[in-house]
Design a protein around this ligand. Structure first.
Ligand code: NDP
Ligand code: 8X3
Length: 255
């Protein structure tokens, strides 16, 4: 029992940081529950992880904004998958980069519903099992946008400040149940993030990462994994991880 690897549930494992986390945890032999909206990607990622690392993988295809779908997926987990040891709340996005006065209401709702409410729905469904077992680790992927506010970042920054606050709130509420709660807050990471923020404009997205070396999703996956390797009495509360060329959300050493 002691040497059994914890089951890890990763939201948004079809791309970027979530996918890199799936690879790192699989490499270390953890059974994985990978989730996302793109079922085709989930299936091909699962096939690859099973082939390369001989781990067990379960795919769950749901939108974190849909609480009924979240509950259906988590409450009906097969018995052997029901004891989730590590939850990585990673699914999230930025949509648009506008002043508040020019903001698109639909963009705001997508960010608030995914980054705040989605994280809450999944946590609410998974946490009672951890509390029953008096063990568990919740890792929230926050952002430098949860530590600073930058021009036109308004609503995205607000959602990531909410992740920062919720990380602290979950820790306070679950400390008596022996639950670890960690926030991983990255600066610029080259993923599909900017393509989504700029609604498919690849040129604008590419420009975000020009003239310096951004973080790679694997960098974030490695530190996330590290946070799960510490003795049971040690919890990392918060990690801010930046590219060496980035001093703050807006100060970059670009060529
Ligand atoms: P990607 O766009 O590459 O990945 C986002 C992932 O989230 C995808 O797997 C996507 O899966 C999933 N996702 C998005 N919306 C939903 C939804 N409604 N329901 C279920 N899954 C969803 O971006 P990143 O890897 O960069 O982003 C991961 C996290 O990291 C986000 O929370 C982001 O805010 C945060 N972050 C990113 C930084 C960066 O610079 N890239 C820096 C700091 C934090 P699918 O589309 O299949 O549903
Ligand atoms: C993503 C990083 O700086 O675009 O959270 O907000 S940033």
């Amino acid at each position: 029992m002691k040497n059994r690897k914890e089951i890890v549930l990763i939201t948004g494992a079809t791309s970027g940081i979530g996918l890199a986390c799936a690879n790192v945890f699989a490499e270390h032999g953890h059974p994985l529950i990978i989730t996302g909206r793109r079922a085709d990607r989930l299936n091909s990622i699962s096939t690859k992880l099973v082939r390369e690392y001989s781990v067990k993988v379960l795919t769950l295809n749901f939108d974190v904004r849909d609480n009924r779908a979240v509950q259906k997926a988590i409450y009906n987990l097969p018995e052997e998958w029901s004891e989730i040891g590590i939850l990585i709340n990673n699914a999230g996005l930025a949509v648009g980069l506008n002043s508040i006065q020019d903001g698109e209401i639909d963009d705001w709702e997508r960010m608030i519903d995914t980054n705040i409410k989605g994280l809450l729905y999944v946590t609410r469904a998974v946490l009672p099992g951890m509390i029953n077992r008096n063990a568990g680790h919740i890792i929230n992927i926050g952002s430098i946008a949860g530590k600073e506010v930058y021009p036109f970042g308004n609503v995205y920054c607000a959602t990531k400040h909410a992740v920062d606050a919720l990380t602290k709130g979950i820790r306070i509420d679950t400390v008596k149940h022996n639950i670890k709660v960690t926030q991983v807050a990255p600066g610029a990471v080259k993923t599909e993030f900017s393509v989504i923020r700029f609604k498919g404009d690849e040129e604008k997205a590419d420009n975000v990462y020009k003239g310096y070396e951004p973080l790679h999703p694997e960098d974030i996956a490695e530190v996330t994994y590290f946070s799960t390797t510490l003795p049971s009495h040690v919890n990392i509360n918060d990690m801010v991880i930046m590219p060496t060329a980035q001093a703050s959300a807006t100060i970059l050493n670009k060529e």
